[in-house]
Design a protein around this ligand. Structure first.
Ligand code: NAP
Length: 251
């Protein structure tokens, strides 16, 4: 069988980059999508160097025309995208009384509208193939977190969206699941440390002390969960949110 094709959004760095590399190692061709395709070069090259096949795709996931063009290009140059990992994300944290409608919209648009647009574009290829996998990044912050009204709402929305996609597309052999990471060592966590004015090392040590497994997560921990959801023999697991948080049960 020809290799299946996956698209990972926000894959130039952090969790998305680790997911792209893991899917390539597991035999998928990977569309490495991010805002600036030039930023995807390192991930694409590392996949190529390891014997895999990848293509850099530039798109703002919240822009309908960008999404249509990137998905069409992936289908034409790599293969029909039958695996989609909705991972692109931003933070615009602030307390509710200071939060502007612009920062609210920015976060909802990238996470929630982005997941909607990407999933709607890719499902056409999945239903045609009678096989597909959608995995979307939620967060423990979906349970509520101070300073993250926009982000919490977007992540809780992604979980509801995931359950509905699972219901609508299940008859076509397509599963949809969400992953709710705890604290993962990426640029996003560095931004959080900066926002609350804590030195990074201190912030990481404080998190690790609170996590039952006593460490911060690594992007590869999330990639391993994605690798499970996209397997053929995970076809009976759908509509779920998997917490990958080292046992941390709240944001
Ligand atoms: P990250 O290091 O900040 O990477 C996010 C990537 O998404 C960046 O490459 C960014 O590009 C890209 N991006 C942002 N807006 C985009 C858009 N409109 N269209 C396309 N790409 C866009 O983040 P991360 O920590 O790896 O997080 C990945 C996902 O996991 C996010 O959904 C996040 O909410 C979720 N998550 C992370 C954590 C954590 O602790 N790190 C915890 C829970 C959930 P630019 O660099 O050009 O901005």
């Amino acid at each position: 069988m020809d290799a299946r094709t996956a698209i990972v959004t926000g894959a130039a760095r952090g969790i998305g980059a680790a997911v792209a590399r893991r899917l390539a190692a597991d035999g998928f061709q990977v569309g490495v999508l991010d805002l600036d395709p030039a930023h995807c070069a390192e991930v694409v090259e590392s996949i190529g160097a390891a014997g895999g096949r990848a293509l850099a795709l530039g798109a703002d996931v919240s822009d309908e025309a960008d999404v249509a063009a990137a998905v069409a290009r992936c289908a034409a140059e790599l293969g029909p995208p039958v695996v989609l990992v909705n991972n692109a994300g931003i933070l615009r944290d602030d307390l509710l009384f200071r939060m502007t409608s612009d920062t609210w919209d920015a976060v909802i648009n990238v996470h929630l509208r982005g997941a909607f647009l990407m999933t709607r574009a890719c499902q056409a290829f999945m239903t045609q193939a009678k096989w597909g996998r959608v995995v979307s990044m939620s967060s423990i912050s979906g349970l509520g977190n101070r300073g993250q009204a926009n982000y919490s709402a977007a992540k809780a929305g992604i979980e509801g969206f995931t359950r509905t996609v699972a219901i609508e597309l299940g008859p076509f052999g397509i599963t949809a699941n969400a992953i709710a990471p705890g604290y993962i060592d990426t640029e996003m966590v560095r931004q959080t440390a900066e926002r609350i004015g804590k030195p990074l090392e201190e912030f990481i040590a404080a998190i690790a002390a609170e996590v039952p497994v006593r460490r911060m997560g690594q992007p590869e921990d999330i990639a391993a969960a994605v690798a499970f959801f996209v397997r053929d023999d995970a076809s009976f697991v759908t509509g779920q949110t998997l917490y990958v948080s080292g046992g941390l049960a709240h944001a």
